[in-house]
Unconditional design. Structure first.
Length: 58
């Protein structure tokens, strides 16, 4: 299937909005609460999460 024929608008880089509020110096810093939650899930369910993305959702 060719998706291009269903797209009615053309986009350029000028259409992109960059929100710079989430990439500061604390971006990759994990809190003690996040560490505890990741450890608890790993020990109880054998699911290991990464601390930057999925670990923060748990």
């Amino acid at each position: 299937m060719v998706i291009k024929k269903y797209i009615k608008k053309r986009y350029s880089i000028k259409d992109a909005i960059i929100i710079r509020d989430y990439d500061g110096p604390g971006y990759g810093v994990i809190t003690q609460n996040e560490k505890s939650a990741i450890k608890q899930l790993a020990q109880t369910e054998a699911i290991l999460l990464d601390p930057v993305y999925s670990g923060r959702t748990f």
